[in-house]
Design a protein around this ligand. Structure first.
Ligand code: ADP
Length: 444
């Protein structure tokens, strides 16, 4: 298109200069005529450029160069580009509108945070969940608007994949879970979801299990008691029933054991139930557990070694710690063949305070390790039942350790053995001097 205009321009210039040259030759002023023709051509081109500039800068009185000049070609080109850009703009604004409608329909609050965590944009759910208003709060740091200490700490010391739970500043009973996703240049997207319903359902499930366990415990205790009385009776008439009665007693004891474990888990999971913390003499606790473990081992004759720092006591709940540690040691006895070795270590280092229970037993295949602390998860169901397991032991251990601010680590190799380690924070370390009145700390 433009080449046509260029050809026309060359033709016009050639015509003008040829006419000027002819005229100059006729009046014998060739140089002057060519100079005047060049000046005239330049003035005309400048005039066209001036008109184009006025038109491009949006002067309402200016019109685009209309002649079939190169300037008209450029003007047409610009018009086409402008039309394309307007079309693209319309498409983008339609897309933006659709995006805004979609985010407005989101049930979760979405807030774009810019530099220094200032609010750049927020959707309508942020108003009902976080109390943010698009017009009023844009440009303000999010920590001026959401002041919950847990949220502020999360924003400052966040690790990837973390989330924080906090009550909605607008609607007290509403519980929110917030996550932050970094994107673009120094921008972050804050997403807050209402998790009140999930938490309510979890609480209902916990209450249900706790209530059922509680209700079943009394009748079962009565049945177990009567079975014991019957088995203690030497009456000859009972002789034929002795075997079935023995079996019934075993099963009812197992059920009682499961109920006790379920009740313990319900207590550990309840945010309301914070057990009192007192100095616990863990070395003595481990000696008692090792004695019970030897009794459990019986003729299988396991070798149990304890290495415990006698000065190392921790602040905690003795009943919970006893339950967790005995679960680990009894598991080691149950899943280690006769004559096997079990090592119990209680020590501290710069990372924290640790209880390690290691055995050279059957070990656990790697695919089971991530699920081992789930309730009722067993590698071999029949084997676990046969050895008196409830399938709740490691779940209790994990909860107890978490309750004390620590974590449970499991390392195991099939056919080689397992190492279960409970890591506690160093702040829990204490000495025997601060020992309490004993009633808050009775052992099971
Ligand atoms: P259970 O009552 O079945 O022992 P736990 O929660 O205590 O339930 O343990 C879950 C499963 O983990 C067990 O069924 C067993 O397969 C495996 N396990 C636990 N401790 C050991 C261990 N020391 N050696 C091998 N397997 C173990």
């Amino acid at each position: 298109m433009l080449t046509q205009f260029w050809l026309r321009l060359y033709r016009q210039l050639a015509l003008v200069f040829a006419s000027a040259a002819l005229l100059g030759w006729m009046i014998d002023q060739l140089t002057l005529a060519l100079l005047l023709a060049a000046l005239g051509g330049l003035a005309w081109q400048l005039w066209q450029l001036y008109r184009l500039d006025r038109w491009l800068s949006g002067d309402p009185d200016a019109s685009p160069p209309k002649t079939h000049s190169i300037w008209a070609g450029i003007a047409a080109h610009v018009t086409r580009l402008r039309r394309q850009s307007r079309k693209r703009k319309r498409k983008l604004s339609r897309l933006l509108q659709q995006f805004q409608q979609a985010t407005a329909a989101l049930p979760d609050a979405a807030v774009v945070l810019g530099e220094d965590d200032k609010v750049v944009w927020c959707n309508s759910a942020s108003q009902s969940l976080l109390g943010l208003t698009s017009g009023r709060d844009l440009g303000l740091p999010i920590t001026h608007l959401l002041r919950h200490p847990g949220f502020v700490a999360f924003l400052n010391h966040r690790r990837n994949g973390d989330s924080v739970e906090f009550p909605s500043p607008v609607d007290g009973p509403l519980l929110l879970s917030a996550r932050i996703v970094p994107y673009g240049k120094k921008q972050r997207l804050l997403i807050a979801t209402d998790i009140s319903r999930v938490r309510r359902l979890e609480q209902m499930r916990r209450d249900f299990v706790a209530n059922v366990s509680h209700e079943l415990r009394t009748p079962l205790t009565v049945i177990t008691g009567y079975l014991e009385t019957l088995l203690d009776n030497d009456d000859a008439a009972l002789e034929t029933w002795r075997q079935p009665l023995h079996c019934m007693q075993q099963q009812s004891r197992r059920m009682l054991h499961i109920l006790e474990d379920l009740l313990m888990l319900a207590r550990l999971e309840s945010p309301k139930e914070q057990s009192p913390r007192w100095p616990v003499a863990v070395p003595e606790l481990l000696t008692d557990i090792a004695e019970d473990a030897l009794a459990l081992s019986g003729e299988r004759n396991h070798q149990i070694d304890i290495s415990a720092d006698p000065q190392l006591w921790i602040l905690g709940c003795e009943k919970e710690l006893h339950s967790a540690f005995s679960n680990l040691v009894f598991n080691a006895v149950r899943y280690t063949p006769a004559e096997g070795r079990i090592g119990i270590r209680w020590f501290t280092d710069t990372d924290g305070i640790h209880l390690e229970v290691a055995d050279n037993g059957e070990g656990i295949a790697p695919q089971h390790l991530p699920r081992l602390t789930e309730r009722f998860y067993r590698v071999n169901r029949d084997r676990s039942r046969g050895s008196g397991g409830t399938g709740l032991g490691l779940s209790i251990v994990k909860h107890v350790v978490n309750h004390h601010g620590g974590q449970l680590r499991i390392a195991s190799e099939l056919g080689v053995g397992s190492v279960f380690t409970c890591d506690f924070p160093l702040e829990l370390r204490t000495s025997s001097i601060a020992a309490p009145p004993h009633n808050g700390n009775s052992r099971r």
